[in-house]
Design a protein around this ligand. Structure first.
Ligand code: PLP
Length: 404
């Protein structure tokens, strides 16, 4: 049973008001709210167990290390990885992609070699590759999409050349909600001998993900988008790949032995984790993953699917409504414009009604160019949103529309 009232009671912030109105939080694509158990796990560790990890012989340090490494095991289980050696903790999706770009390109690519991305990528899956393009002359190839927001898989196949070295694509678009057929796209890439990085920032909170079933070579996500704390994220990589890559940053923890003549590096995953990790953050992340696992990712997916279908139907009834993203497989992200009301005006006026939505280009300017617009209003759902909140959004939009 998916008891939405009980679930909402786990998230204290949902009880607050904004401008005297009940908060309707529909900006989950940007970040999610935290259940009490996550905040308590973080507080509890600071109050009772705080000590630096992997370093001390003393009791607290050992306990903190055990917690931290248990969190790695929780992540491993959650995404179905083979080994905890394949779970690298980072600051988030952005750092995970930068880590990969900064280690993969210099070690696996020559000038003129190609990375395939898609037109619907978040800037964090474009700019790290462009930085490498500037430094090393690697080339970006872009998978186009149709007007409904489906990637063109025939075009994708045609992009492969002997110079293709990596494919890097979003699992779910943060603007269109499109769920890309990453399993099939990975199989295509593998048929060309090319590994694939999947940006799971918008999929991990909403659906079961099994990296081995997908056969993803790399999979990245952020803790804060899956009801965990900010400042912690994950890079999953197949061990064979991570073994081949050089370290990312230098510092404590990532070394085996240091001398001025020669330094050797630590084993996986520590080779990629220089410095004190956010061990409090990893505890919070593990607690968040336990929380969503207890609800069941299948249940969350089914609930959000129903909510999104309801929202699409209700929003579709509003005169002048334009929804961007009509892919058959879509998640709970709805981007829209109404008549010629500027997205910023719509967002600001909805805010006065207590409704939090995102406005702007959503860090996907190339996609905005493809759509021929500057920005949209975006409502994105989480596991605690309700049909009443969708109704409030619809009523709010109607009110703004009448003002114009
Ligand atoms: N990729 C996608 C698809 C996203 O939606 C986001 C955040 O909105 C990111 C990457 C970047 O995530 P973060 O800012 O947590 O690193």
């Amino acid at each position: 049973m998916y008891d939405i009232h009980q679930i909402r009671a786990d998230f204290p912030i949902l009880e607050r008001t904004v401008y005297g109105k009940p908060l309707v939080y529909l900006d989950n694509g940007a970040t999610t709210q935290k259940p009490r158990c996550v905040v308590e796990a973080i507080t509890n560790e600071y109050y009772n167990t705080n000590a630096n990890v992997h370093r001390g012989v003393h009791f607290l340090s050992q306990q903190a290390t055990e917690l931290h490494e248990a969190s790695r095991e929780t992540v491993r289980r959650f995404i179905g990885a083979r080994s905890t050696n394949e779970i690298v903790f980072t600051r988030g999706t952005t750092e995970s992609i930068n880590l990969l770009a900064a280690t993969f390109c210099p070690s696996q690519m020559q000038a003129g070699d190609e990375v395939i991305v898609s037109v619907m990528e978040h800037h964090s899956n474009i700019v790290p590759w462009q930085l490498q393009a500037m430094q090393r002359g690697i080339v970006l190839r872009v998978i186009p999409m149709d007007d409904q927001g489906n990637l063109l898989t025939d075009e994708y196949e045609r992009l492969f050349s002997p110079r293709t070295k990596l494919v890097s694509i979003a699992h779910v678009s943060n603007v269109l909600g499109t769920v890309n057929p990453v399993r099939e796209m990975i199989a295509t890439a593998h048929a060309h001998g090319v590994p694939v990085l999947v940006d799971g920032a918008q999929s991990i909170p909403h659906m079961p993900v099994d990296v081995q079933a997908l056969d993803a070579d790399f999979y990245v996500f952020s803790g804060h988008k899956v009801y965990g704390p900010t400042g912690v994220g994950v890079l999953y990589g197949k061990e064979a790949w991570l073994d081949k890559l050089p370290p990312y940053q230098g510092g404590g923890e990532m070394i085996q032995h240091v001398s001025f003549e020669k330094t050797t590096f630590n084993e996986l995953p520590f080779k990629f984790e220089a410095g004190t990790p956010d061990y409090i953050g990893t505890t919070g992340l593990a607690k968040a993953l336990d929380y969503v696992s207890a609800l069941g990712m299948d249940n969350i997916a089914a609930y959000e699917h129903g909510l999104t279908a309801y929202a699409l139907q209700r929003l579709g009834e509003i005169p002048g409504m334009r929804i961007f993203g009509e892919a058959k497989e879509r998640g709970g992200v709805i981007s829209f414009l109404v008549g010629n009301i500027h997205h910023f005006d719509m967002g600001t006026l909805l805010d006065r009604l207590g409704i939090a939505v995102r406005t702007g280009h959503h860090c996907a300017q190339p996609l905005m160019t493809r759509l021929g617009i500057e920005g949209t209003v975006r409502a994105s759902f989480g596991l605690y949103n309700t049909r009443e909140e969708v109704d409030a959004l619809v009523a709010g939009i109607e009110r703004v529309r009448k003002m114009f």
